[in-house]
Design a protein. Structure first.
Length: 249
């Protein structure tokens, strides 16, 4: 059916659909076009030879490729810009990873509190929230310790003086978080949390509020897009406070 017959704008999409490879960005592009109300002419590139010929013909290096009104828009990311869903001129920073970690940690803490005490309003729920958050953040860093430690060197004062600290830090955070969640080995976990929390808080405060540097936080590891700032400082203050709170008398 033509555009006039359907009343919808038509888009042509060329994407790889092979027996051993189905392009995920092709599927995302098709879904995006349909959600924007376009009728999609879905063209499958079913072999490597067909894909290479298509890319050579249109002078492109990647697929999928979408065309609207005869104009080539590009792949999935270009489509998002075309529909105004992304702004390429904006700095690509996001608090989403940290928000997701803290939100799930809070729900887990409340669930544990309800299971153990038949109430979500307990002191232990607050302790679990912080300790579980520490565990989640440690896991993010442990996925790629080298990438984390490299980012960490941008602002952490101790890591700059003693580089191995950047590789040790995630293990210390994990140890403290696990011990505080279970309520064991607090004689070790509390001093570790106090140390890394205090050093981290001072480092973040200096980098952001004194030196006025615009950096990405290494708190979620890898190629983080979380800006270094108030949330990073809060994370370190939470660890410091938790360490002091659970320090054995």
């Amino acid at each position: 059916m033509t555009e006039k017959q359907t009343g919808k704008q038509t888009a042509q999409l060329y994407r790889m659909v092979m027996p051993k490879h189905l392009c995920p960005y092709g599927l995302k592009s098709k879904d995006l076009l349909e959600r924007q109300g376009l009728e999609v002419e879905d063209h499958h590139l079913s072999s490597r030879e067909e894909t290479d010929a298509f890319m050579e013909r249109h002078g492109v290096d990647t697929t999928p490729q979408a065309f609207i009104d005869g104009e080539r828009i590009g792949g999935y990311e270009k489509l998002r810009v075309y529909f105004g869903l992304d702004n390429p001129e904006e700095k690509q920073t996001s608090y989403q990873p940290v928000i997701a970690i803290f939100a799930v940690a809070m729900l887990m803490a409340l669930g544990l509190s309800w299971q153990m005490y038949d109430s979500i309003f307990t002191q232990r729920a607050v302790e679990w929230f912080i300790s579980i958050s520490m565990c989640f953040l440690a896991v993010q860093k442990l996925q790629d310790i080298e990438s984390f430690s490299t980012m960490f060197l941008n602002y952490d004062l101790l890591a700059r003086r003693w580089v191995p600290y950047g590789r040790i830090y995630p293990f210390g955070e994990a140890l403290a978080g696990i011990a505080m969640t279970s309520g064991t080995l607090l004689w070790l976990a509390s001093p570790v949390a106090i140390m890394i929390g205090m050093i981290g808080a001072v480092s973040v405060f200096k980098a952001v509020y004194i030196d006025r540097r615009e950096l990405k936080c290494a708190c979620v590891g890898r190629n983080s897009n979380v800006p270094l700032g108030a949330i990073s400082l809060t994370e370190n203050m939470m660890m410091l406070g938790m360490g002091l709170w659970m320090l054995p008398g």
